[in-house]
Design a protein around this ligand. Structure first.
Ligand code: FAD
Ligand code: UDP
Length: 736
């Protein structure tokens, strides 16, 4: 049994009811045979809002004290309760959002504000359907869609044998039934039209009438509003109906509903006719026995088709779907998520163990310079596969190179040197790294800020539609549109050529020109075409930044993965040590150098240009800052290129959020080799010089002056290790 389980007592603090008494008090209503107690506050009806909030705060506190409840799980179905419950010390706060209540008729104006505050405070949010989830997912870091389940056995009793409950004196003719609250969400004129056009049908509506005056309800002899009935009585009503209906008005109040009654009707074996409620269409629209109808005429036709159905033709498919929808499954998921939150709230952050640092020998087989991907992979291979003693040094005070991540002061896992997303098409590289880490599936998405719009980057069909207010429906429409803008260039040499050739000057200027000038300090026309070719325009609506077959983040972060990689008896690590300081000690016959190659040779032919970055890290007192991990700012007037919000990458759940801004600059740590022909020429001179030094090899992004991603560096290091260990004759065989 989970920690939050049926073994806990549940108190339902209901909505208050005004009373004529001068006292505020609580009514207790235990549910027989359960540990559930419903508590109804009663408060003087003349109290104003401030008195009411203060009174409810007091009543809630009294209730908790009298029942000796310490650090409860607070479970909110409505933000309206948050105002007076916010100060209760809780082990977890749940917002179980079943509807967009703010869109309802007479919704209190404070509701939106209170919901925003509740979302800030909630540790986990459940939404009662897909549409609600889509609407709210950007607002919280631990939000989950849990659409309605169904007690199949309860409703299946309506399928046979059960005598129908009826309050009607009109037994003959088809019966079309509905149960639920009857308020502004019901399309009363549709009901009226259907009733008028099919006088031989009985339309039966079970449920309380709310927020509507009696005269607002349509009056017809065959239209029956019979009032509220209990949950236990519902199967009895269903058994007497031929078709179940959901005549919802399609308006703001129904935009996000996900009616629980849909699976209940189906479990009762009744075909369903519904107006086009988004979640009903999306979740049930394809099922036989479910009919979607927008107008009265369509509704009548759908009911006629439903009446003509034979159970054996449609029920098997329905039953298959219902089999995967039990409340037990929903309970298990919720309970699991809640357990995680409670554990998360009460435990300190676990930091990975430190790897061994310091020298244990006077001599080594290999000295490796740089503890990033290149140096660490080679250290691991040489020590554990090659049996070599390795001294690995890095001038930074940590391992991981540019991929280093750490918990900041708030306890949020951040990447010190900007966002690193792992993606590759190489199964071998994944297999190798998987020895040192588990993975968290993650697909990277980036938005570009264009004036006040946020549009997908790389440019795709959605980007074009949003930017130009278009409705390009498919790839060929997008292709046609881009063809009309493209400015063909015969020989593609530079980063400008590639883009203009494909999408023309305007889109080039919006998305590439400013960003690239900021990022590289150069115009795209001065950069190799490979740079902007990394983000090719798409005709489809796939908005993932990468299309690689494997996209994931190391489950506990990069540093933890490096720790595991370097945790070996034959690897000694020296951090904060520049190679220049130990170079003279001749510690090993062999050196692997993953720092900048020109620096190794004292910049003999001149400095190779690198682009640097300054990072500004911030922690904010809010759960979510932006809808995706990275937002790019291509506008040259904005000094930074992008903002990253790390919790998207790591999946961490935390009350606060940490972000970083990237400001490209000329001076500083070398982060990017700059791909342009003259630099390649200069690099070749250094590479030729390196060939004259057989005791040193150069590997990695800086060592080989290549604009490589992490997986490419891992691949390069593994290949380098193979070359080091395979005899030359074997290599020749492989090549021939
Ligand atoms: P590095 O990680 O740079 O490691 C080299 C190490 O050598 C450094 O720690 C340095 O301190 C040390 N060193 C250098 N000279 C000396 C010396 N003289 N003495 C001692 N130590 C020395 N790749 C991806 O696949 N996905 C991404 O999303 C991604 N995002 C990136 C974002 C940014 C902002 C940057 C800069 C890079 C990104 N990369 C990404 C690329 C990725 O960082 C590199 O491919 C990878 O880290 C290169 O590993 P490396 O070992 O070659 O170099
Ligand atoms: N680029 C751009 N606008 C963008 C994103 C990228 O102009 O919104 C260009 C820019 O020149 C950038 C290059 O495309 O340096 C490659 O982008 P990528 O995201 O691959 O660079 P990374 O940050 O991974 O090095």
């Amino acid at each position: 049994m989970s920690r939050f389980g049926r073994d806990r007592q549940v108190f339902i603090f209901e909505e208050y009811i005004p009373t004529d008494h001068h006292l505020a008090y609580l009514e207790y209503h235990p549910f027989d045979g359960t540990d559930i107690v419903s508590i109804r506050p009663r408060i003087p009806h003349w109290w104003d809002e401030a008195q009411r909030e203060a009174g409810l705060t007091h009543l809630l506190r009294t209730m908790l004290r009298l029942n000796e409840i310490m650090r409860p799980v607070l479970w909110f179905y409505s933000p309206m309760m948050f105002g007076f419950a916010r100060d209760v010390e809780a082990s977890a706060v749940v917002y179980d959002c079943m509807d967009e209540l703010a869109n309802f008729r007479f919704a209190p104006p404070r509701l939106r504000d209170l919901e925003a505050q509740l979302l800030e405070r909630a540790d986990v949010v459940f939404t009662g359907g897909q549409s609600l989830y889509a609407a709210k997912r950007q607002l919280h870091d631990n939000i989950h869609s849990l659409p309605s389940s169904v007690d199949v056995a309860h409703f299946a009793s309506a399928r046979g044998g059960m005598p129908p409950s009826s309050d009607l004196a009109t037994p003959s003719g088809p019966k079309i039934g509905f149960y639920g609250v009857i308020d502004e969400r019901i399309d009363l004129s549709l009901l009226d039209d259907v009733a008028a056009q099919r006088p031989e049908w009985s339309l039966v509506l079970v449920g309380p009438v709310a927020k509507l005056r009696p005269e607002e309800l349509p009056q017809r002899p065959n239209l029956h509003f019979i009032g509220q009935r209990s949950y236990g009585e519902l199967p009895g009503y269903l058994s007497g109906w031929d078709v179940a209906m959901m005549p919802f008005a399609i308006n703001d109040a129904t935009r996000f509903i996900s009616p629980t009654k849909t699976p209940e009707y189906l479990a009762a074996g009744k075909p369903v006719v519904s107006t086009p409620v988004v979640d009903v269409v999306a979740s049930y629209g394809d099922l036989p026995g479910v009919f979607i109808a927008a107008t009265a005429a369509e509704f009548i036709l759908a009911c006629e088709n439903a009446l003509a159905l034979k159970a054996q033709d449609w029920l098997p498919a329905v039953d298959e779907k219902l089999a995967g929808m039990s409340w037990d499954q929903t309970f298990a998921r919720m309970s699991d998520l809640l357990d995680k939150v409670i554990t998360n709230n009460s435990q300190p952050i676990l930091r990975p163990p430190a790897v061994h640092t310091g020298r244990r020998a006077d001599a080594y087989d290999v000295v490796i310079v740089g503890a990033g991907f290149a140096g660490s992979v080679l250290a691991e291979r040489l020590a554990s596969d090659g049996g070599k003693r390795v001294l690995l040094c890095d001038r930074r005070p940590h391992i991981g190179g540019n991929a280093y991540d750490h918990h900041d002061a708030a306890g949020i896992l951040v990447h010190k040197y900007g966002p690193h997303i792992f993606h590759t098409n190489s199964g071998d590289i994944v297999d190798y790294l998987s020895r040192f880490t588990d993975w968290r599936p993650y697909e990277h998405r980036v938005l570009a800020a264009v004036e006040d719009k946020r549009v997908p980057m790389p440019i795709n069909r959605t980007t074009l539609n949003l930017l130009y207010g278009l409705d390009l429906k498919d790839s060929s429409a997008a292709e046609e549109f881009l063809r009309s803008r493209a400015e063909p260039i015969a020989e593609l040499r530079t980063s400008r050529d590639v883009v203009i050739n494909q999408i023309g000057s305007e889109l080039y200027r919006i998305f590439f020109e400013g960003y690239t000038r900021k990022q590289w300090g150069l115009d795209p026309s001065q950069l190799d075409k490979a740079v902007t070719a990394r983000v090719p325009t798409r005709l489809c609506t796939d908005d993932r930044y990468f299309l690689d077959s494997f996209q994931a983040m190391p489950l506990n972060g990069y540093t933890a993965m490096f720790e595991n990689m370097l945790d070996h008896d034959r690897i000694d690590l020296e951090l904060g040590v520049d190679f220049a300081d130990i170079r003279g000690e001749n510690l090993a016959p062999r050196i692997i150098y993953t720092g900048p190659i020109d620096e190794y040779f004292g910049h003999r032919f001149g400095a190779l240009p690198y682009r640097s970055l300054a990072f500004k890290h911030e922690t904010l007192d809010q759960r979510r800052f932006q809808p995706v991990a990275v937002v790019n700012f291509p506008d040259e007037g904005v000094p930074y290129t992008r903002i990253t919000e790390y919790k998207h990458l790591t999946g961490q759940v935390h009350r606060q959020t940490s972000i970083s801004y990237e400001f490209p600059q000329e001076q500083g740590d070398p982060y990017y080799p700059i791909p342009r022909p003259e630099n390649a020429v200069l690099y070749k001179r250094y590479a030729a010089l390196a060939d004259e030094h057989p005791g040193v090899s150069f590997v990695g992004r800086l060592g080989t002056y290549r604009y490589y991603n992490m997986d490419q560096v891992v691949g390069q290091a593994l290949a380098h290790y193979r070359r080091m260990t395979q005899p030359a004759s074997a290599r020749a065989e492989v090549l021939s």
